[in-house]
Write a protein that binds this ligand. Structure first.
Ligand SMILES: [Zn+2]
Length: 710
């Protein structure tokens, strides 16, 4: 592993934080980030670091302090405020206690902070406090875990690291581990050993030193030693993970077909195997597909991979993100139809039933009462012949589970050469999963109304598409902006934080299908589709350019049909209901002269919306429409339609083009401008399902009396 220390960079950190925090903390920030930057060491909040120094209180008293990583911070982006300071002399006294409950420990930590509003210090704070060294670095280094996670791991670790480290048997993090580590450390030192660190079996690596550089150097040096050890064994073991993996086009196609079925089974299977529809689909998750070289090689490795996969996570704090075990899902049918769905459903029902049994055995079965059972759904799924899927309540949670699972795959693949992989026993995994201090890391934010749902806005560029995307994202949906124009989807994706842009030409069935497939691979399915693509052509009927008329029909009618068709077929297969919202037009109820191409094709699409509502209601798919009028957009995000029709509309009314928005504003009853965001909020209203509505049209036009229905 590369040692990334640079005197120059270290000096920059010291200069940057001068006057903000002690120099030692500035250097602590620097080397914490060096460790955080290495994904083979830590990821997503894993690992922790500390430094000891003194602080001067308001009354001039100098006190010993420890600055340790606070929860909620990642090492790769930590700042001084992510290293809360605590009263070190007091914390050391706690070592004399025989036991300390988790709740009492957190209370002791919080009440001995120097800053009352600091984040809660790491659950491993006392471990850092009980060791005498000034700088301490802790990671979940892959190479170290590859050595420790096996039956003979302790003996192997002694061979690999020699006398530089002391070995600590697995103990769950918390007060007991802190005491055990301090005792083992002190005993080794009393025997005259010159320790550089500690290897915690099936957990990770600690190193320490009198200054930031020494502790960091030792960390990288020990990890490199582990890597070399692994490499030397790999050369001779001859035991390789799969030689033949499924080819990429095949697995990519399979992923699009099965992702919605996996996601649907996760959302609909109860512990009792009951299947439900979208009204109670509050458990739907985001499902991310990965098929890099590592993931597919592992999934295609047959029995060796399966055994390693089911042997538990690489380090205990992954459990809250990945669940104790992944699902190994063997499929014999790849059609994506009923047979595939049945296989997936059965596998996930079995997983849930096994999880229930695990809970009963290690929770109530061991006299642990008052625990609230977590959902029994897998977070990581290996599918031989396809790759890996990861699930999470949000897009971020799914990505975190995927990252940790990918890291675990790398580590387990490498470690197979040392013999069978052995993770922690189920009882230890259970204790970690149900440890209140781990659960606290996940937070308890109230989910937004569309959380867990995936929305695709077809024709998502322009002010209405952006408005719809923004409103759906604000309600918690994961949003895909699909548009034929790269620039338009870039603007939309930029204006809607976190939205993903995809290419889609609504007039091309294959292009529509490809965008839907890609959405399924990235997020697991589609719950909401907004059909917004539209173009206009201004010409009176007697002189109509028929090619232009066809072009308008191609987008406004055939394009809408393509999306209706593909989206509804996917939603039916997905069995989670759905919402389709057509962006219709005020011209449907109040057409304009010279606007035949637009008005007629929009009216036809509107009628399709009604028919779709009738056909799809039985699948719990609601189909509605919004009828906007005169959405101009602003800045870079102007309406493409108005760019085209604006000049002629202005001319026919004998006015300047720039006065058009004002003209349309004054034309409506409320004298209100109508924006893309107004239309977007109407779209979100339908998708939130606050009332039982389908086949409906909601005018968002400031009130146009001529468009009242008759
Ligand atoms: Zn740890």
């Amino acid at each position: 592993m590369l040692n990334r220390w640079s005197d120059n960079d270290a000096a920059k950190y010291v200069a940057k934080y001068a006057g903000i925090c002690p120099e030692s903390v500035a250097l602590r920030v620097y080397t914490s980030r060096l460790i955080g930057a290495e994904t083979a060491l830590v990821m997503h909040g894993g690992g922790n670091t500390s430094v000891k120094d003194t602080v001067t209180t308001l009354t001039g008293e100098r006190m010993e302090a420890i600055f340790v990583k606070g929860s909620g911070w990642d090492l790769d982006s930590i700042e001084p405020e992510g290293l809360p300071g605590l009263d070190l002399a007091y914390l050391r006294k706690l070592r004399a206690l025989n036991a300390l409950s988790d709740e009492a420990m957190v209370n002791e930590l919080r009440t001995h902070l120097f800053n009352a509003s600091a984040p809660t210090p790491s659950v491993e704070t006392l471990l850092h406090a009980f060791l005498p060294h000034k700088f301490i670095d802790h990671s979940h280094a892959e190479a170290v875990l590859a050595i420790t996670n096996r039956e003979n791991g302790e003996a192997l670790a002694r061979v690999a690291f020699g006398s530089r480290v002391a070995i600590v048997p697995y103990i769950m993090p918390g007060f007991a581990l802190a005491k055990a580590v301090a005792d083992i450390h002190d005993k080794a030192v009393s025997e005259g050993r010159n320790l550089e660190g500690l290897v915690l079996m099936k957990h990770g690596l600690f190193t320490f030193g009198p200054d930031a550089r020494t502790s960091y150097d030792r960390h990288i040096s020990l990890v490199s030693m582990a890597e070399d050890f692994m490499l030397s064994r790999t050369k001779v073991c001859g035991r390789h993970i799969s030689q033949r993996v499924t080819d990429e086009p095949t697995r990519i196609a399979r992923a699009a077909a099965i992702a919605p079925l996996i996601r649907s089974a996760i959302a609909s299977v109860g512990g009792d195997g009951r299947t439900v529809m979208s009204s109670s689909a509050d458990r739907r998750m985001i499902v991310e597909y990965r098929t890099g070289g590592d993931e597919i090689a592992f999934a295609d490795s047959g029995d060796a991979g399966r055994k390693a996969a089911l042997a538990g996570p690489m380090t205990p704090d992954h459990v809250i993100r990945t669940k104790p075990y992944p699902l190994w899902l063997e499929l014999s049918d790849w059609s994506g139809e009923a047979e595939t769905a049945a296989e997936i459903q059965a596998a996930i029902e079995k997983y849930a039933a096994d999880y229930d049994e695990y809970f009963e055995t290690y929770g109530p079965g061991r006299g642990k009462s008052g625990l609230k059972k977590l959902d029994p759904m897998p977070r990581v799924i290996f599918v031989p012949g396809c790759g890996m899927f990861a699930a999470g309540a949000t897009r971020k949670d799914a990505a975190i589970a995927a990252d940790l699972a990918s890291q675990t795959v790398r580590m387990k693949t490498a470690s197979l050469c040392l013999g069978d992989y052995e993770g922690l026993p189920a009882a230890d995994l259970f204790d970690m999963e149900y440890w209140s201090l781990e659960q606290a890391k996940l937070g308890k934010a109230k989910p937004r109304p569309l959380a867990g749902k995936i929305a695709l806005v077809a024709g998502g560029g322009g002010p209405i598409g952006t408005g719809a995307a923004r409103a759906l994202a604000a309600d918690g949906a994961v949003v895909v902006v699909a548009d034929i124009s790269e620039k338009a989807r870039e603007i939309a994706a930029r204006e809607v934080g976190g939205a993903v842009g995809l290419h889609m030409d609504v007039t091309d069935e294959a292009s529509v299908g490809a965008a839907l497939d890609e959405t399924c691979r990235r997020f697991g399915g589609i719950d909401i589709v907004v059909i917004n693509a539209g173009v206009a052509h201004v010409q009176p009927i007697p002189g109509m350019d028929m090619a232009a008329f066809r072009r308008v029909a191609e987008v406004n009618l055939f394009g809408a049909m393509n999306v209706f068709k593909a989206a509804s077929a996917l939603m039916i297969r997905q069995r989670l209901g759905g919402d389709i919202v057509l962006i219709s037009s005020k011209n449907v109820t109040a057409p304009g002269a010279d606007f035949g191409a637009y008005s007629a094709t929009k009216a036809a699409a509107h009628q399709l919306m009604r028919v779709a509502a009738m056909e799809l209601a039985g699948h719990d798919i609601r189909v509605n429409s919004v009828l906007p009028d005169a959405i101009f957009g602003e800045g870079e995000n102007v309406s493409g339609l108005w760019k085209e029709v604006g000049p002629s509309r202005a001319k026919s009314r004998g006015m300047d083009e720039k006065d058009l928005p004002e003209f349309y504003r004054n034309r409506n009853l409320l004298h209100s401008p109508v924006t893309g965001d107004d239309v977007g909020r109407a779209v979100a209203f339908f998708c939130r399902r606050e009332c039982p509505v389908t086949g409906a049209g909601l005018p968002v036009d400031g009130g146009v009396a001529a468009a009242f229905p008759r």
